[in-house]
Each structure stands twice: as structure tokens, then as C-alpha cells.
Design a protein around this ligand. Structure first.
Ligand code: GAR
Length: 186
């Protein structure tokens, strides 16, 4: 199995979907480490339930982003991690991590990129009044939600119901990420 690290800042529902796909034999990978920049994130609780080690580092406790990422890379190398899977990791990846994992970092974003990059993509799409939004899986580069697209799926906006729209997008994310990762980790 491909050794992966999942990076997350929040709830970790995508982490959970990936872990379940692995447990069900649908994905030929193993999550060696969960990396979070938010020591209170719910993803930590989820990881512990699955007995997956967690590296929780507060970037503000490092002198620079380079130092912060270097500490992460040490932990990744210790566990021989081959790929980085970003799942709601709300922080730009810098040149240090990109150089260490060149072409081996993927991200999921809740819009049809290049529309609505950055924070609150779902809110941005609703505010713009689009009728169709969606989900994108892409390789990571220095930009914010840029980088070559691997897979996309469309999701209809449920008019006047943000919660229903969010639920539909998250459901699609869990399906699309698993499918895209299956292709990458054969
Ligand atoms: C997901 O919707 C993911 O696409 C988004 O954060 C959410 C995390 O949910 N990522 C971005 O917006 C990246 N720019 P989760 O913690 O439940 O997986």
C-alpha cells in the first residue's frame, strides 16, 4: 500500500472517508500520520479512534513557515510517507514541502476550480448565485487552490438552503476523493 499522510485543519470528514475506503479494501493505501495545524481540531479525535498517529503543531510556535514545514517533513520521513493528501488543510503549502514532495501532494476543494478558490468556497458560490457548483481534486502548487486538475464533479446548489448544499458537496467530496486516490495509488 502507498504510505500517505492526511493533512487537516477541521472536522476531518474527508479523512474519515479515506480511512473507511482503506478499511473496506477499496483504496490501496495506509494513513501513516495525520498532520494538523489546529491542536483542537475534531480530526484528531477521529484519527485516535482509528489508531492513527497525529502530529499537531502550532505554526505560530515556529520562527518561520520553513521551520514549521521542516518539522513536518522530519515526521513524514520517519514514517516513510510517500504522498500527502490535503483534506481541509487551510494553509498554503510553501516551497519547502513542495520540494520534498514534488508532484506528490493532492488537495480537495469544494468548488469547480478555477471558480471560487480560497476560504468558504461554498458561501462564495451561493453569494454569486451559481446554480451548479461542485468539487475539485487537484495537484498542489504554490498557489491557492491552483495546480493541475485530477478530477471534478458537479453538484447542484439547493436554492435557499445552504445546509443542504453543503451536505451534498461533502457527500460528493467523499466519493470523488476516494475515486481520484484509487487512480493515483493503484
Ligand atoms: C472540505 O469541504 C474541503 O474541500 C475544504 O474544507 C472542508 C474540510 O472538511 N477545503 C478547502 O476549502 C481548501 N481550500 P472536512 O474537515 O470535514 O474534511
Amino acid at each position: 500500500p502507498t504510505k500517505i499522510a492526511v493533512f487537516a485543519s477541521g472536522s476531518g470528514s474527508n479523512f474519515q472517508a479515506i480511512q473507511e475506503a482503506i478499511e473496506h479494501g477499496e483504496l490501496n493505501a495506509k494513513i501513516e500520520l495525520v498532520v494538523t495545524d489546529k491542536p483542537g481540531a475534531f480530526v484528531i479525535t477521529r484519527a485516535k479512534k482509528s489508531d492513527i498517529p497525529v502530529l499537531a503543531l502550532n505554526p505560530r510556535e515556529f520562527a518561520s513557515k520553513a521551520d514549521y514545514e521542516t518539522a513536518i517533513i522530519e515526521a513524514l520521513h520517519e514514517r516513510e510517507v510517500e504522498w500527502i493528501v490535503l483534506a481541509g488543510y487551510m494553509r498554503l503549502i510553501s516551497g519547502v514541502l513542495l520540494a520534498a514532495y514534488s508532484q506528490r501532494i493532492v488537495n480537495i476543494h469544494p468548488s469547480l476550480l478555477p471558480s471560487f478558490p480560497g476560504k468558504d468556497a461554498i458561501g462564495q458560490a451561493i453569494a454569486h448565485g451559481v446554480k451548479i457548483t461542485g468539487v475539485t481534486v487537484h495537484f498542489v502548487d504554490e498557489g491557492m487552490d491552483t495546480g493541475p486538475i485530477i478530477a471534478q464533479a458537479a453538484v447542484a446548489v439547493v436554492e435557499g438552503d445552504r445546509e443542504a448544499t453543503e451536505t451534498a458537496i461533502h457527500k460528493e467530496e467523499h466519493l470523488l476523493y476516494t475515486k481520484a486516490l484509487q487512480q493515483l495509488f493503484k
